[in-house]
Ligand binder design. Structure first.
Ligand code: ADP
Ligand code: MG
Length: 735
């Protein structure tokens, strides 16, 4: 292990000064760190485009051209005109002007590499890379381009210097490189060795070798990550006992049989998945993904009725008071044909009602409780909580979610740990309904054991499957990928503020037909004051345009008291207000089927998933619905892309997929708090979906054969999994 751990400063051509920079800028401390920094792209010297053929939609191009003239504007901008035998091209530099003026002498020829863009009707390239021209007749080769920073470039660590460093480091280190994957896996998948992969990821012999190297390194990364996640899941499912619900019960049937509609195929499938989890003897930990309006509530209710049918209680927790109320109102309707008692517990439940609810939960007379965070309080004690459903799970903090785990029933028997587990399972299985904890069940405190409730977390923020498989790698994921029949598409349009008078006319017509309208303003933390001002101004504008008493306008924002919020929200939900002006507080879950127009002001400031959620608030009724995205002059290219995508599709998964490509998985909603290592070195969760599925399937196969990885041929895997990169927190515990 001599060379790999050598300090980077001792590498030829580095020295203490550059070493310092490499450490600070790229986190490279040792030779090993260096050779694990891979090129993020390769320049193919064999393809050189002609200037006349450049268009702004080409990603990166390479041209070989002669410098014609240089022109420095007073505003620190160097414009360089170059030409080849087909035409002229402008290159633009904002930085390094002095250095570029020196090297780019008129008459000299270079190879320029960069991204062409259109500016004032002609094509230019900003900050191209500059290389010496190709030798006539030279072979095309692939040259790696490494991540770098301004400071490194200024210190002379150019692309070429980096390549030389890599070559020197590889020379020293390659003999020491140990294979990380077992031989049988390499053979099975026809993969190249680690040595070969490392050599060719830096200096590809040809494009075929590069492809073999890349796929080997990517597979390794994805495979080990999945192996780690699945192993954890396996361990957990062995150790975590679960309540066994072996019948559906009469309440389920009476609710099911009186539903005003047929469940969609997807709803039925998901309920089957949940049922089989709840019968397995292990605790269920399932994530239910389903686009807004896909009918997750019904799935939650029917699952709750299974728990209740087996003698347990269930709770459904929502992130806001308004949502909890709405759930409660809907659920009561569904429960009418059953004998199940349902209650609502929120922050604004009065003391007297609260006391009655606490009692009802403790004595078991309340079968289903709907509520907000209020459910998490310590004095909320269940007689026997069998299922906890968490709606819009990303709205809850990690601690809050874990609290529900501790509200499960406690059971106990005497005997060894193993006998005890068997006995507990026996109680749970054999005797059917648990009657909470009776004295007889608990022989001594250390012999009692708490059984966590089954947990179903629901989210309407669609996470691309590839990411879900990793983020929730040890959770089971169900997807409702089918909408209830009869939903009409929402027509989405984008307008500039100048078109607002026409929009108001349109709104007027919709209101005249009895429809309701949402108008949403952004509220972003840093500029909260200004945003509130915008909202106020917007509200006043609306009131002027839609005056009382003909029109009624409700307003909801975060600065209001709960009472004000509820008052305004209910006015709109119950059809007493024509327009609701609000911040994004309405994003989650609210159901107003009569609302047919969603106006989003300053749409350029919203993220894709937020826009999608907001649009999901309309199109819930029988009427044709509209979403109007108002974008102002500050709209950037990226924001415009988001808005265009919204106008092009309504498919939440497609939108999520694109969102991930645009932003990278690390920024997606719901991923940050997951604590999972999604900063992979070479594989991309956004782009390597197919390989990821293969890696997961392969990891499952390895674990099927050797669940604890104790076979000799898997020893390498065990030591790889010890690396920090693959050590994943027990995420299931915290959802
Ligand atoms: P979400 O998944 O966004 O929580 P909801 O559960 O609120 O969706 O359902 C949206 C609407 O669709 C509700 O009004 C509900 O009654 C209705 N719904 C649910 N399932 C079906 C179905 N299978 N057929 C018709 N309508 C349904
Ligand atoms: Mg919902």
């Amino acid at each position: 292990m001599g060379e790999l751990m050598t300090d980077i400063q001792y590498l030829q051509g580095v020295g203490p000064k550059r070493a310092e920079l490499l450490k600070r800028e790229l986190g490279i401390f040792t030779l090993s760190d260096l050779i694990h920094l891979y090129p993020f792209r390769y320049i193919d010297r064999s393809t050189i485009q002609k200037i006349a053929s450049l268009t702004p939609d080409l990603a990166y191009v390479q041209v070989q051209a002669r410098v014609v003239s240089l022109n420095e504007t007073p505003r620190k901008r160097l414009s360089v005109i170059v030409e080849d035998d087909t035409g002229r091209l402008e290159l633009v530099f904002f930085k390094g002007i002095k250095w570029n003026k020196e090297r780019l002498r008129p008459g000299m020829t270079f190879v320029f590499f960069g991204r062409p863009q259109e500016f004032n009707g002609h094509i230019n390239i900003v900050h191209p890379e500059v290389d010496p021209p190709q030798e006539p007749g030279s072979q095309g080769t692939l040259t790696g381009v490494y991540p770098s920073t301004e400071k490194l470039k200024n210190a002379g660590v150019t692309g070429k210097v980096m390549c030389r460093m890599q070559a020197a480091a590889l020379n020293l280190c390659l003999p020491e490189i140990q294979e990380t994957l077992p031989e049988y896996i390499l053979q099975d998948r026809g993969m190249v060795s680690l040595k070969y992969a490392l050599a060719n990821i830096h200096f590809p012999k040809d494009s075929y070798a590069l492809q073999k190297a890349t796929s080997r390194l990517k597979f390794e990364e994805l495979f080990l990550l999945q192996l780690s996640l699945l192993k954890q899941k396996y361990v957990r499912s062995r150790s975590e006992l679960g309540l066994v619900f072996n019948k559906v019960g009469t309440d389920f049937n009476s609710c099911y049989n009186s539903l005003p509609y047929d469940l969609t195929g997807a709803q039925k499938r998901v309920i089957r998945e949940i049922r089989s989890d709840m019968m397995s003897g292990h605790q269920m930990n399932r994530l239910l993904q389903g686009d807004v309006g896909s009918g997750k509530t019904m799935v939650a209710v029917l699952s709750a009725l299974i728990a209740i049918g087996n003698g347990f209680q269930a709770c459904i927790m929502a992130p806001t008071e308004v949502l909890a109320q709405q759930h409660y109102a809907n659920i009561q309707k569904y429960l009418a044909p059953t004998g199940v008692k349902c209650a609502l517990l929120t922050g604004s439940t009065g003391t007297k009602d609260r006391r009655a609810i606490h009692e009802g939960l403790e004595d078991g007379s309340i079968g289903l409780i709907v509520g907000t965070h209020a459910l998490l309080e310590d004095n909320v004690v269940f007689k026997s909580l069998g299922l906890a459903v968490i709606d819009e799970q990303h709205r809850f903090g990690v601690d809050q979610r874990s609290k529900l785990w501790s509200k499960g029933p406690v059971v106990g028997t005497a005997g060894s740990a193993l006998e005890r587990d068997r006995a507990i399972l026996g109680i749970v299985r054999g005797r059917g309904p648990l009657r909470g904890v009776s004295e007889a069940d608990v022989h001594s405190p250390e012999h009692s054991r708490q059984i966590p409730p089954h947990v179903l977390v629901m989210t309407a923020t669609p996470i691309p499957r590839t990411l879900a498989m990793t983020l929730y790698g040890d959770l089971d994921v169900s997807v409702i990928d089918e909408m209830p029949p009869g939903r009409k598409p929402v027509k989405t349009m984008q307008i500039s503020p100048a078109k607002k008078p026409a929009m108001y006319k349109f709104i007027e017509d919709e209101i005249a037909r009895g429809r309701q309208v949402f108008i949403v303003y952004p509220l972003i933390f840093e500029s909260e004051k200004m945003d509130l001002q915008n909202l106020q101004n917007g509200y006043e504008e609306i009131i002027r345009r839609f005056p009382m008493p003909k029109y009624k306008i409700a307003i909801v924002h975060g600065q209001q008291t709960n009472e004000e919020k509820n008052f305004n929200m209910s006015a709109f939900a119950e059809g007493r207000a024509n327009i609701l002006v609000s911040t994004t507080v309405i994003e989650v879950g609210v159901d107003v089927p009569n609302a047919s127009v969603m106006v989003i002001e300053e749409a350029q400031r919203f993220g894709l998933s937020q826009l999608h959620q907001l649009r999901g608030r309309v199109g819930r009724g029988a009427e044709k619905s509209y979403c109007i995205l108002v974008k102002d002059y500050k709209t950037t290219k990226e924001a415009q892309k988001r808005i265009d995508l919204m106008c092009a599709t309504e498919d939440g998964f497609e939108i999520a997929e694109e969102d991930m490509k645009m932003r990278g998985p690390g920024d997606l909603e719901g991923t940050q708090q997951s604590g999972l290592p999604i900063n992979l070195n070479i594989a991309s969760l956004a782009k390597d979906g197919i390989l990821l599925s293969e890696a997961r399937a392969y990891a499952a196969k390895v674990l099927d054969d050797d669940p604890t990885l104790e076979k000799k041929e898997n020893a390498k895997l065990v030591s790889e999994l010890r690396k920090e990169k693959y050590s994943v927190k027990d995420y299931s515990k915290i959802s």
